[in-house]
Ligand binder design. Structure first.
Ligand SMILES: [Zn+2]
Length: 527
């Protein structure tokens, strides 16, 4: 394996939160020495290549603490309505998609529709899709992933009709006559999922490989993925075919018994692949107004969101994982759901006083002030997504106006000593971590530099945001002894970026990695 000396740039010192004028020797895939170029040369034990940083910054490789990576890879092949803000735009997109299909999918699949953006939201329904796809089943996931929109043929194939009852924890949206409109929310989505034909495996693996290559340019060297075993296997397949990345896999509740047979407990594994926690959904989402809140949603007195489980059920679920040696990774967006998770983890901690679990709470988009120290006391690891903030601002104003002081409290949590790991929740938002850094620092709606700053007192410094994607992300899988900072003995996961300190913060909106190294191997270079 080639050795390298990075020199003539500035190296992030994570513990001091500053950049230092140093050189770094990479030997055998690890960071062997940090010091002057002369001392690096002296420390080298074999031939090395000099990499001239030309005054740029050397950072630890970025890791995304929360993705659905295979979904993201597939989304690159599928319908993606992310940029559609009206019914006309959606129609035009779908007609164009149909005209340009280079393969013959059994189902038309995709995501990212958002009724919150539409002036006539209820017209986005099965009849709308039937006009464009009368003879192929269509199932499109909402932007927040908590609903699916299908056409008439898809409902028919799944046997969903006016007589189908709402499943517990879900809803089949219906018109005044009780006929399904085509929108299924929460667990009702599962009524359809069993009938959807997946993409061929090799198509998916190729899509993963191409996304991994793209992610290197965005400074990413790894990610956590919240997906089922089939997706995990596709990621490992891509890895075995030469794609280099570090992966932490958080598995669904339904696969607990299976994962226990694999013989690895939470956060065990090797340098490239670890088993994470059991992913539990505590509540819904803000966009679908299913995030579980203390108070009802403003225009809907009956709606306080949906807790997926009773207190006893959530405790039982976490216990069933803990009994098999697994931590839990729990999605909680509303303040009521966050509190339920805190209370449940307190009980689990009492039941396992000597355990070594690291439970994670995902999103924490709202939290009551008095719950922040309680959260800290549980030892929960907090995984947050700065890009959700950027796109949630209008919904916060519409649905959470009364509790704005509880929303996206990154700085307060950090100052309380709660570790934060940053991620994207891709494909819900872009996987580009530089956009996440911009959002954590600037907190502006839709990443618009001219928009006002949402809760400016919660803005982070760029280095704090970088730490969220590096040391924080490493801590979120207990890999901080091996990754996450530029320290002697750690794996050489490194990226090179321009010196943002000399530029306005809009720098991050177009930032790219000039060089990306995973465990000592250069996987991307335009230096
Ligand atoms: Zn997610």
């Amino acid at each position: 394996m080639m050795d390298y000396i990075f020199t003539n740039g500035y190296v992030l010192n994570t513990s001091k939160e500053t950049f230092e004028d140093n050189s770094v020797l990479i030997h055998n895939g690890t960071i062997a020495f940090i010091g002057s170029e002369q001392d690096c040369r002296m420390a080298a034990s074999q031939a090395y290549e000099i990499i001239d940083l030309k005054g740029r910054l050397l950072l630890p490789g970025l890791v995304d603490s929360h993705t659905h990576f295979v979904e993201y890879a597939k989304s690159e092949l599928l319908v993606n309505l992310r940029d559609c803000y009206s019914l006309d735009e959606i129609r035009a997109y779908l007609i164009n998609y149909r005209a340009n299909l280079s393969w013959n999918p059994a189902w038309i699949l995709g995501d990212c529709w958002d009724r919150n953006r539409l002036s006539d939201p209820m017209k986005l329904n099965r009849q709308f899709l039937d006009e464009i796809f009368p003879d192929k089943p269509v199932a499109l996931i909402s932007k927040d992933y908590h609903s699916k929109l299908c056409n008439t043929l898809a409902l028919k194939l799944a046997g969903i009709n006016a007589n189908t009852p709402d499943p517990s924890g879900g809803r089949i949206e219906r018109n005044e006559q009780g006929i399904p409109t085509g929108v299924l929310t929460e667990t009702a989505v599962e009524l359809l999922d069993a009938f959807i034909e997946p993409l061929p495996e090799n198509t998916q693996v190729k899509a993963i490989q191409s996304c991994v290559n793209k992610m290197y340019k965005q400074g990413l060297v790894g990610f956590h993925s919240m997906e089922g075993k089939l997706s995990r296997d596709l990621l490992l397949k891509a890895s075995s075919l030469g794609s280099r990345f570090c992966l932490c896999w958080h598995f669904p509740v339904s696969e607990l018994d299976y994962v226990a047979t694999e013989g690895r407990k939470s956060f065990e594994g090797d340098d490239y692949y670890q088993t994470g926690g059991m992913k539990i959904f505590g509540d819904g989402s803000l966009g679908s107004r299913t995030a579980a809140m203390d108070a009802h949603y403003p225009d809907d007195p009956a709606n306080v969101g949906i807790l997926r489980y009773s207190d006893a059920e959530l405790y039982q679920l976490m216990l069933s994982a803990a009994d098999k040696g697994f931590s839990s990774t729990i999605h909680a967006i509303g303040n009521r759901s966050v509190r339920q998770v805190i209370d449940t983890v307190r009980k689990i901690n009492l039941a396992y006083p000597d355990s070594n679990f690291m439970h994670r709470i995902e999103h924490v988009q709202s939290i009551c002030a008095e719950d922040i120290p309680r959260l800290k006391a549980t030892g929960l690891f907090v995984s947050v997504q700065p890009l959700h903030l950027a796109y949630d601002v209008p919904m916060i104003e519409a649905y959470w106006n009364q509790i704005q002081d509880q929303v996206y409290s990154f700085k307060t949590m950090l100052n309380t000593g709660i570790p934060l790991g940053f991620g994207s929740d891709a494909p819900i938002e872009s996987i580009n971590p530089f956009l996440g850094i911009y959002s954590a620092v600037e907190r502006r709606h839709a990443l618009n530099p001219d928009a006002s700053v949402f809760r400016p007192e919660q803005a982070l410094t760029p280095i704090q945001a970088i730490i969220g994607y590096t040391l924080g992300a490493a801590q979120s899988s207990r890999m901080e002894h091996k990754r996450g900072s530029i320290e002697q003995g750690k794996l050489a996961d490194l990226i090179v970026i321009d010196d943002y300190r000399r530029q306005p913060s809009t720098f991050w909106l177009t930032a790219q990695s000039h060089l990306t190294m995973v465990s000592g191997e250069i996987v991307h270079s335009v230096i």
